[in-house]
Design a protein around this ligand. Sequence first.
Ligand code: COA
Length: 570
Amino acid sequence: MKILFLTHSFNSLAQRLFVELTRHGHEISIEFDINDAVAIQAVEMYQPTIIIAPFLKRAIPETIWRRQPCFIVHPGIIGDRGPSALDWAMMHGYQQWGVTVLQANGEMDAGDIWASELFPMQLMKKSSLYRHEVVQAAVQAVLTAVQHFQSENFKPLPLDYTRPDVLGRLHHPIRQKDRAINWWKDSTHTILKKIYAADGFPGVLDTLYRKPYYLFDACVEGTLRGNTPGEIIAKRNGAICRATIDSAIWIGQLKRKMVGKSSYKLSAELALKDHLAKVPEVPLDPFSACLGETYRDIWYERKHDVGYLHFAFYNGAMDAAQCERLRKAYLAAARSDVRVIVLMGGADFWSNGIHLNHIEHADSPADESWRNINAMNDLVCAILTTRSQLTIAALQGNAGAGGVFLSLAADYIYTRESVILNPHYKSMGNLYGSEYWTYLLPRRVGEIQAKTITQKRLPIGAPEARNLGLIDDCFALNQANFKKKIEQLAEALAINQDYSVLLENKVCQREKDEQKKPLATYRAEELSRMQLNFYGFDPSYHVARYHFVHKISHAWTPLYLARHRRIRES
Ligand code: COA
């Protein structure tokens, strides 16, 4: 079937649906929802059988839904209507929630129901819930809806609030006053729930040093305590710790509320850098056993002969300091006597490469980009040149741009089956990219595929990545099962009777490759192109980064996504 996605952006859900529907043999074209005229034009050009709206911020024009079946993916159970569906479900503490695929009509979220799925709710960030449970349920519901549409005899269900199984209701959009924290009354649990229900958008509006900030990325502190609720009592690796009435809570990210100006998220310490001189830094060694709940973005665990290095950076963005801390932790692990090192990334993201927000904030974004990419390269190089261990990259979450190439530095790459990879840089203002990708990508998929992947700029699903040879294998949709399987693989590798041969082969291969073309040459060649991106006459990268960080809406759909426009132009 020809399917048109009408979507606000090509976000993680739209990317996953694109991959899954393509795998099921459908042809997908994408149009960003810019205005009615452009949407109507796209439908006329493509003539799709159905339209799917994975992520829309406004209603579909009547001229479209009257002519063509339009499936809206709503992140709520049957009967739930209105914006902030997930936010309300989390604030109410529901145990179960769902996704419904309904047909667009004249009333918002009230059309006939083609499919729905349920999932259990847990106390977690809304963004994590969206990226995992919601995306998974949405994929299932959309595939069912498409199947129902193709079967002649399926009749979609009209919304009927008299039915006892229709439990959702119409709700009003959530406001900041519904989310507000009362530091003198709210327990840590309540504060956590409020911040979780607003992460990663829009955050909970609060006041710090008499200025308004949105709070994100909360986590409970088990030991530190303060006298005044709300006061900042500690800082660690970019995060701040605030006292509560019953314990304390860490805040990792802040976004300043500006009047008439957009702003963006920064690590809390960077956002408040003029105020925190007297706040004590409370370091935590990644290698120390953590006895209670606290904030840590890098930590290490050892089991038998395997070392597991976790790095859970917010949104998978890695600034120069984070890259350097991770490299140091990696080298320390490599100096130990473990036989296998597993690079675990974080639960939400593996890595999305250099930290575009922190670069944007720097006095000289060009210099900061340079510093950041070099720190990333140093990290990749450390992994790539490891002679004393076999290494595994275990991707629990998605990876993009330099983050994908970071994973390719490991000897073995395994991902969850749901993972989406974007191994390309070009969409960021024609960024050339580094992280030794010109060595790592062809080494895995060959020169021709490497060119296709980087030029096409499309998301790649884990099974497709495995077929291409980009990764070794993918398994387990569920995080706990994935970790269990990774442990089994790592343990088996560590005690493999051919372990020494495998290690020797890898070292020999690296030496051969080095003789053919030194890593330093790959790096220098890539960086000479990056230097032009950062310091040259063409400002495309700086413009694209500004648009990305400030979340400026698209003015058109790029041709690599809008197949219908490509056909016309060629
Ligand atoms: N630096 C800073 N923030 C980043 C980031 C980066 N490299 N990559 C992603 N993010 C942030 C996004 O701004 C977004 O922030 P939000 O929480 O405020 O909404 C969040 O991470 C999730 O990203 P989003 O784009 O919504 O996720 P996605 O799954 O829809 O798309 C990518 C994934 C990787 C395609 C997309 O995030 C991307 O293009 N990132 C930039 C990658 C890049 O060019 N890196 C630099 C070169 S190495």
